[in-house]
Ligand binder design. Structure first.
Ligand code: TUI
Length: 330
């Protein structure tokens, strides 16, 4: 495949793995990169030297490009940026804030910068600051989210910026990829589906909850704190929602959430911990290697595209425009 994103990032498939805090380590990132996508190490709230060690482990596991995600609410952002420049990582993605003031320095180190944005306003700001591409993330995504769906955000961001756009939020199979490309995306970012990759080191309990989840099993906690986060319904998220509804002090809410993602990811505490997940978990039914996930998703996208062309083409009386090229669909 060839898109602006495969060219920019030097990858085979236009798919970026979500930078999931505590979860996206060298094992997952290297497997995704070895499979032809862009694997991404997540810094989360980790210290700069942990990030350096994980980068070095990833370099030992793959000779393909990989990225590092910087969560901008971390107290260690400045130190992490130093490490990223010293280690000359290929790509940096960012989340949960405006990376504007770091972009020029990262680019001067030869690093491609691809911020995650949840609004047109931030998309425009990071483009002006020199971002190479952006990831437009809709509220279907897991973890920290904005307020607009992928379907509504994508076309508005496409109209606003000239740099390539990667779609994120709610993409879990080939249908999602095909839809994202129809909206003008040059690539996709996928998180939730990679949670159940064989190479994903998240606890078995966490994987089981993702495999079990249905469409309406996620909720958004933390709206009162200004940091809304999509998680699976469980004992903790029900308690947080109840307290928020009762007008609990946002600082207390923050306190109750602190450390709970780690508890679910590392210790398998899926009742008392935060099980972050996208709304698309309901189509994630099996554990696979990262390579099988990527290959299956793109093979499916090709089939879906051919079928959509046939349906749309026939209804618009332009049948044959793309179906013949792809060999047709059922
Ligand atoms: O960052 C993410 N997803 C995350 S970060 C994370 S760790 C965390 N845990 C608890 C509370 C907060 C963070 C878990 N999941 N995705 C990218 C993303 N960025 N989604 C939305 C945004 C975003 C939202 C508002 C980016 C910028 C923004 O406003 C910044 C501004 O200045 O306009």
């Amino acid at each position: 495949m060839k898109t602006a994103i495969t060219e920019l990032l030097n990858i085979k498939y236009p798919i970026i793995q979500g930078g999931m805090a505590w979860i996206a380590d060298s094992s997952l990132a290297a497997s995704v990169s070895n499979a032809g996508g862009l694997g991404v190490l997540a810094c989360g709230g980790a210290e700069p030297e942990w990030v350096r060690a994980e980068i070095q482990k990833t370099k030992a596991l793959t000779d393909q490009p990989f990225g590092v995600n910087v969560m901008l609410l971390s107290p260690f952002v400045d130190g992490i940026m130093e490490v990223l420049c010293e280690e000359k990582v290929a790509v940096v993605t960012t989340g949960a804030g405006n990376p504007g003031k770091y972009i020029a320095k990262l680019k001067a180190c030869g690093i491609k910068v691809v911020p995650v944005v949840a609004s047109v306003a931030l998309a425009l700001r990071v483009e002006r600051a020199g971002a190479d591409a952006i990831i437009a993330e809709g509220l279907e995504a897991g973890g920290h989210i904005g307020e607009i769906t992928t379907m509504a955000l994508m076309p508005q961001i496409m109209d606003a910026v000239k740099i390539p756009v990667v779609a994120a939020g709610g993409i879990g199979d080939g249908r999602g990829i095909a839809a994202a490309f129809m909206l003008g995306a040059e690539g996709v970012q996928v998180g939730t589906r990679f949670l159940v990759a064989h190479e994903c080191t998240v606890s078995d309990n966490y994987k089981k909850e993702i495999l079990k989840a249905r469409d309406s099993d996620t909720v958004v906690t933390g709206r009162s704190t200004g940091h809304p986060v999509r998680v699976l319904k469980n004992k903790l998220s029900r308690l947080i929602l109840k307290l928020e509804k009762a007008g609990e002090d946002p600082f207390r809410i923050n306190e109750l959430c602190t450390g709970t993602l780690r508890m679910a990811v590392k210790d398998g505490m899926t009742n008392d911990g935060s099980v972050m997940s996208g709304q698309i978990a309901g189509i994630v039914h099996k554990e696979q290697s990262a390579k099988d996930i990527i290959e299956e998703m793109f093979a499916e996208a090709e089939q879906v595209y051919a079928k959509a062309c046939k349906t749309l083409g026939a209804s618009l009386d332009i049948s044959g425009c793309c179906v013949e090229k792809l060999g047709g669909a059922k």
